[in-house]
Design a protein around this ligand. Structure first.
Ligand code: SAM
Length: 230
């Protein structure tokens, strides 16, 4: 398994080379499915509210620590991207689903907020210049990436960030027993999350949070803050 290969690597350079190589392999095409979900409005994750983990992260920063350049991957309908731009960041936001991106563009325009939106598969293309971003935000995206592509995803975020740049990742947690694991966000164990990202990121903090959905359901999640390795 790709994941096992990464777990056993002790050389950061080797891990990065493998992630780049993996790009040559087929990365699962998810665009159609995701777009379909936006088209039929099957969007249990889309709260329309700023993610509390994001606003809490910002609130804990001193004014001079607020990120100037931000990348949001899988921005959905753009609530968090627009909010970060309103906090003064230059925001780049990506989506694989055109319908989501259209709504995100409309949201930014209606609020007269500037966000640079990019329609792309984050595992395939780089939305920003290498080493240009202070902060990456991902709510519910890492956990939907097929396991074999997650090292590539992590390598893309590593590439986008400045040395020492941070990635806040909100991902479903396997520590929650569910009657039907098919219902609710995908679930990762702490070991999966940390071993997959370890070649590219130092862990700053790992805590519990919840995806609180508009229908009132709550799902246990990880709130992981990573820092780019050099
Ligand atoms: C669970 S939704 C979360 C959306 C948004 N972050 C939110 O919290 O509302 C996952 C999002 O990731 C997007 N996505 C999935 N795979 C992607 C990829 N490879 N590149 C970019 N976006 C992707 C989907 O289109 C979807 O909008």
């Amino acid at each position: 398994m790709q994941n096992e290969q990464y777990r056993n690597l002790d050389s950061l350079g080797q891990a990065r080379e493998m992630a780049e190589e993996h790009q040559l392999h087929e990365v699962q095409k998810q665009g159609y499915d995701w777009d379909e979900r936006y088209k039929v409005k099957d969007l249990p994750w889309d709260t329309g509210l700023v993610a509390p983990e994001l606003s809490e992260y910002y609130a804990a920063l001193a004014p001079q620590e607020k990120p100037a350049a931000v990348l949001e991957v899988g921005c959905g309908t753009g609530t968090n991207a627009v909010w970060m731009a309103q906090q003064g960041a230059k925001v780049n936001a990506t989506e694989i689903a055109p319908t989501a991106l259209e709504q995100a563009v409309a949201r930014a325009a209606s609020l007269q907020v500037k966000v640079d939106f990019h329609l792309l598969d984050i595992c395939q293309k780089d939305p920003v210049e290498a080493g240009s971003q202070d902060f990456v935000f991902d709510r519910g995206v890492y956990h939907v990436i097929p396991q074999e592509s997650r090292p590539l995803f992590a390598s893309k975020l590593h590439k986008a960030l400045k040395p020492g740049g941070r990635w806040l990742c909100i991902a479903g947690s396997k520590d929650e027993a569910r009657e039907n694991p098919e219902v609710g966000p995908p679930q990762l164990s702490a070991l999966e999350l940390l071993s997959e990202t370890e070649p590219f990121f130092e862990l700053i903090s790992l805590g519990r949070t919840y995806f609180v959905l508009p229908d009132g359901k709550k799902y246990l999640a990880w709130k992981a803050l990573f820092q780019r390795r050099k």
